[in-house]
Design a protein around this ligand. Sequence first.
Ligand code: ADP
Length: 352
Amino acid sequence: MNGDLQQRVRLSAGLWLGGLAVSIGLVLLLRATGVIAASAELWALAGSMIVVTLAVLARARSLAARDAESVRILTAAARDLAAGHFERTVPVDQVRLRELRLLGEAIDALAIRAQRDIADLKRLERVRSEFLGNVSHELRTPIFSVQGYLETLIDGAVDDPVVRDDFLRKAHLNVLRLHGLLTDLIEISRIESGEMKMSFRYFDAVEFFRAILDELQPTAEMAGVTLELRITADDRDHGAYGDRDRLKQAVVNLVENAIKYNRPDGAVTVELEFRESELLVRVRDTGIGIPAEDQARIFERFYRVDKNRSRAVGGSGLGLAIVKHIIEAHRSVVQVASTPGVGSTFSFTLKR
Ligand code: ADP
């Protein structure tokens, strides 16, 4: 270590020894030229040593006073920090000793870090309470509906077969919605708490996507939408790398959205483009599209462009948030390109 403090000690010792050497030299010179007598030689030497020692001590004292002031500045800064005033900075330019300056800079860094951590905590707290508010609101809507239908039935509507069947069907639909919402909630909390373990493997992407589209075919038919798989660069092998179960969840969410937010007689196309080291997946629809100002926000939990339409088609508002988490866990990003009234394309890449 070569700090200011060692340098200072070395300099004082050097000064003192130098002073001593000069004193001896001077006394010897004075003695040789006969200016002082042999008997006064020792006194002259002792006197000059005392002068040199006093000078060095005076210098050390003034430096120590300056350092004590620096320590006071740092102590005040540390106390402010302890009292929660993280915005204050240490005036390091007023601190002369390098070691103390470094300590001041470390205190400053600590304050900045604490400031950042506190801002993060506040943001998380806000997000958490917003999320809680949203969840309560989302749960309340279907529960109130079921309650309303059941109460009306109990109050006598049960005797009218037409009303009874209609209300039971509607109550059932709301229970299904509740179930979907709770499933998505459990899923998102598992993902966000890091509880969800991923299991990455190589798999045949064409076979994987074809199986998913086969499963979703009845849903598409019911909505009057065509569903198609399109493959480009088919001469390459069909391998892709990822967690099949999680990816299936993401793709199902994207394709279901493409069906839900489509027009009658619309089309959904899943395109697979096999590139050198990645597979580009696009889920393209001819649906209602998403206004530009909403495109960045649709991946937020519970964000919907049109709340009524989303509820009418049984959306929990969590689907795209889940998709985003899953695709990011594959070290990729979901992108959206959309034109209102024309359609949307969601895309992401997978390693291969
Ligand atoms: P939801 O359960 O409401 O569908 P998502 O998180 O899956 O929730 O989607 C969030 C919102 O994004 C939807 O409410 C809808 O407004 C919009 N959205 C998602 N996918 C599409 C799409 N393919 N076309 C048009 N709008 C879409």
